[in-house]
Design a binder for this molecule. Sequence first.
Ligand code: IVH
Length: 687
Amino acid sequence: MAEDQRETGKRPVPEDVRERVRFLTAEIDRHNYLYHTLDAPEISDTLFDALYHELVTLEEQWPELRSPWSPTLRAGGRLLEALPKKAHRVKMYSLDNVFSAREWEDFLEKLRRAYEGQGPWNEYFYCDPKLDGLAVELIYEQGVLTEAMTRGDGESGEVITEACRTIPTIPLKLRDEQPPELLEVRGEVVMFKKDFLALNAAQKAQNKKIFANPRNAAAGSLRQLDLSVARSRKLTFLAYSLGASLWRPGTASRTHTELMQRLADFGFLTPPNGRLCKGSSEVVSYAEWVRSNREDFPMEIDGCVVKVDELAVQRQLGFTARAPRFAVAFKFPPLKVSTLLKNIEIQVGRTGVLTPVAVLEPVAVGGVIVSRATLHNEDEIKAKDIRIGDTVWVQRAGDVIPEIVGPVLEKRRNDLQPFVFPDKCPVCASPVYREPGQAALRCENLSCPAIRLRSVLHFVSKAGLDIPGFGEKWVEQLVQSGRVACPADLLTLTVPELLQFKRMGETLAAKLVAALAEACRQTSLERLISALGIRHVGTETARTLAEHYQDLDRLAKAREEDLLTLRDVGPEVALSVRHFFSTPANLELLAKLKEAGLWPVQKAKALHAEQSQVLAGKTVLFTGTLAISRSEAQKAAEAAGAIIVSGVSKKLDYLIVGEKPGSKLAKAEALGIAVLTEEEFFALLGK
Ligand code: IVH
C-alpha cells in the first residue's frame, strides 16, 4: 500500500492537464476515424504525430489519466506469452452454402416452409459480399472495447484483444453518447489485396516467409505474440453481425439494414456494396453483379451472404446445429480452370537453384491470363505426378499467385512419360547437386551464365542498389557479350560501350552511367551487402552485418563464431557468409568494387540511438541478479520509453526477472502482472 503511494506520487492532477488529456484522447480518436475509416483526413500526418506524442508524454507523467480507450493503447509493442482460450457467450455459427440460382431457390423454399404460419413477411434480404478473412468478435462493455476473440471452433476462440487494438478501423470506444451496455460486434479481419502484395514483397526482400493468400497473412498477423509485428501489418476490420447485446430501451434495430447503419454510426466499417434486395430475383442479380465485379473489390471475397432483413423473422427462424436458417452464403465457383501443360522449363536462379516452371496454353483464371506457373521443385512434380502434355488444373491461390493443382487424369494420353528432372544445369551443363535435407537442386558452377545474369539482376534490383532502367533485356545482353561477368563490371561501363547494344539510345545510356556513378557515391554498406546476394542474407540481416562490421574488409574476415553472436544470424547464415567470402570469385568481385569506388563505410551507431519506443509509458521493474548491470538494464529500458519504478503494484506493466528473483516475483504473479526473463526483455527491445 505504502509502495503504491510512493510510485504514483499522488500529486494532484492539475485541471488543465486533465482537460488537455481528455481533449487529445478524443481528438486523436476522431482523426484516426477520419483517416482510416472514412478515408477523409482533415489534418496532416505531422500534426497528427505531434498530437499523439503530446498525449504519450502527458500519459507518461500522469499514468492515472490514461483512459481505457486511449489511442496510445494501439501502440502494441508488447510480447504475449500465449493466446488464452475463452468461450463465446453466443455460439459463432458458420453458414450453409448455395452455388447457383437454382440452389438459392431451393434454400428459399425451405425457408418459406420453416416460417409458414408465423405471420406475414416481406421476403426482403440484406446482401453483402462474403469476406475471405478471419471471423472475429469484439466485446464492448458500456461502449468500451474490453475483449476480442477469434471465432475458433465457434464455441470458443482465442483472446486477441491486444492485437485487435492495433487495428485502426476497430473503435476502442463506440461513437455514441449512450452506447448499449453490452455489444458483441462480429465481423471479419481482412488484409486488403494491395497490403497483402506489399507485405509479401517486403517479406521476400528480407528472405522471410511468403504468405499463400491474404487470409493466411491476416490470421498469422492477428495471432502474433509480438504485438509490434501485429501492428506493422495492415489489417482492416469490417462488421457484419452481432453476438450478445444489451440495448438501452427502445434503441434496438428492427432490420438488418438498420443494424448495419447503427454499426456504421458506432464507427465501424461494414462490407462494401451491401444492399437491401426486395425479393428473390433481386438477390440473384445482386449475386451476379458481385461475381462479375469480384476482382474490383479491395479485399478477397468468395461469394455473397444473403440474410433475411427483418430481425424478428431471423429470431423466429433460428439456427440448426451448424448454421442459421435465416442466412446463406451464395458462393462463387472457385477460380480454377484446366489447360494444357505445354512444357516444363528449368530456370536457374541467382543462387543456382533450379526451379521448374510450367509453360501453359494461356488461360484466364479469374480475369487474369496465366501462361506460366511455378512448380516449385522436383518433389512437387513427383508428388502431383505432373507430366508434359497433361491437361492440368490451374488455380490462383488467394487469387494472386497462379498454382498448378494437379493433372486431370481422365484426360491423360497413355503415351505421356513421367517428368525426369535434369541432372545437369540446363544452361552450363555442370552437374547439379542436392543438399541433404533440401528439396532444391542447384548448379554449383559460379561462372554459370544463368547465375551471373541473376546475380547482376539482383545487384541492380530494389533489394540491391535499386538502379531503375536496368531491365532484364539489357543485363542479358551485357552478360551474353562477356563484358559483364560479375556485378562490379557494371560500374566501369561507359556511354560509348553501352551504345553498342541493340536499341540502346544516348539518353538511356547516359542515364544508366549516371545512375551507376550516383550509386557509387550514395550506396550504404547495408544496401551493398544486400546487393551481393549472399544466400540467406536479406535486407534485415544485411543491416545487422553493416552495423557490426562497418566495412566489407572486416566482414570478409569475420569468423563464423563471431558472426553467430549477432542478432538474427544463425548457423545457416553464418556458414553462408563464410562460404561467400571464401570463394575466390567473390573476393575478386570485392576487389573490383573497391577499385570502382563502391566501398561504403558505415559509421558506428551511438548506443541506444534509434531504439524504438516499444515500452513507451510502460512501468518496469527489475529484480534478481541480471547478466548485465542493473543500471545498464535500466538505461536500456528508459531508452525504449519505459518508466522505472521501485515496487510491485497493480500499476506495474512488466517485472523483469534475473536469477534468484525472490518475493517480488511471487507478488507480481499473484497480481497477474506480465513477467519477462532478461532474455525476453532484450528480445522485446530488439537486441
Ligand atoms: S453474416 C450467423 N456476412 O463467413 C452468421 N458473415 O463461412 C451471420 N462471413 O462464419 C454471418 N463475410 O464469419 C456474414 N458479409 C458477411 C460475411 C460473413 C464473411 C463469414 C462469417 C461466417 C463465415 C461462414
